[in-house]
Design a protein around this ligand. Sequence first.
Ligand code: NAP
Length: 462
Amino acid sequence: MAYDDSVRPLRVAIIGSGPSGIYAAEALTAHQDVPVSVDVFDRLCTPFGLVRYGVAPDHQKIKNVTAALLRILQRPQIRFFGRVGYGRDVTHDDLKQYYDAVIYAVGAAEDRALGIPGENLPGSLSATEFVAWYNGHPDTLSLVMPPPPPGVAVVGIGNVAVDVARVLGKTVEELASTDIATNALETLSHSQVTDIYILGRRGPAQAKFTLKELKELGELAAADFIVRPEELALTPAAEAAITDVTVRRSLEVLRDLAARAPSGKPRRIHLRFLASPVEILGQVGVEGLRIERNRLDEQERAVGTGTYETLDVQMVLRAVGYKGRPIANVPFDLRRGVIPNEGGRVQQDGTTVPGEYVVGWIKSGPVGVIGTNKASAVETVTNLLQDALDLPTPARPDAAAITALLTERHVPYTTLEDWLKLDTYEQELGRMQGRVRVKIDSPEAMARLQCQELALSAAGSV
Ligand code: NAP
């Protein structure tokens, strides 16, 4: 039957339980007068997406947003289905049959490439992989990460680059109490790193990192943070052109840092500006990184000067931004790496695809902080609710039909209660080891834990 709010609630499926998906669920269930029933699907059995698997483990304050996200998922109109993959366990056609509308909240999981020779050498990898590895993402279970070598280059000057450099610069003692993956902590305990280079292709005024993250680099126990004063020099015109107060403040902090003499700590984080990687050197692995000195043109673009330098590094991590990945039967803009949309309404060849919406990074690209997703979700949901009465009629809009389908297909889906058990277990295990939590990362172990009474005495056997 067509949607009639006096007869049945509007049924909405959200694909992805990261912050953007959960904020969309919040916006959908915010109005008492509009009955809406929401099913949030995730291919993993754990909710919260990048908050669990992207935010750095030593940034627990940022992870505190989890409590608010959980309260949203606990609303009676919302159900969580973990371990249900879009395209694997439920298809586009299924969703059309069971829901009035679908919101894709699948994020931007793909890393951008540099497009330089040597990029595929062992030891050259994306920050996306490295971040997922130290956060214990189940996708990285088979990744064999060697202990960091003496020299590591991190390309990019956004917050991901800073996160990665900071984690590499910290000692095991500084990381041990966090929820960093246990295997990553063990590998990092064998780190040989002495020099970490963060490379910005443009200047300090164009850096994307935020002030708090920048300052943290100057406060590490065993790593000096080295900024070259000459790379902060701006022409009077460039200096005068800076109107953004945050950029001004960031320049001040950088100049303070540049004035500090290194104190002889065993590790050094070098922040370099106006330097582009041009070739990763090596035969069987990374043996060096060739960089070219840049200048800025009138549009603040980086232009090579023909002056080169080689950094003595054995590992290169690309932190040059993310992009979305196409998903089955949904239009995709390959150039921008997003699902094309107008205010969150999915577009194909200039027309709106009825009943399909987007939120988060797959809507807007990988920009902003977690909170940015909230306003973006409200925009999408406002448009969805405006469209509600005209949406195509699903064949099976009753809430029980989708669970029956998953059961019939033997999809071992998990619920929010399962997650809460796992969450308690991880935190309890953490408490016993003096850590925030100990993440369980293998899908099999997660599944086992969720199907059994949790016996903490058997913790070591998971
Ligand atoms: P980002 O902020 O867009 O930074 C990407 C960096 O890569 C920029 O410095 C960019 O320089 C550089 N870059 C791009 N292409 C390059 C190339 N070919 N060669 C050299 N450099 C290149 O991306 P991100 O660091 O991945 O962060 C994504 C989003 O997550 C951001 O909104 C960020 O703030 C957020 N985030 C926040 C936190 C936090 O709050 N603590 C932590 C992690 C991430 P140009 O400017 O020259 O393009």
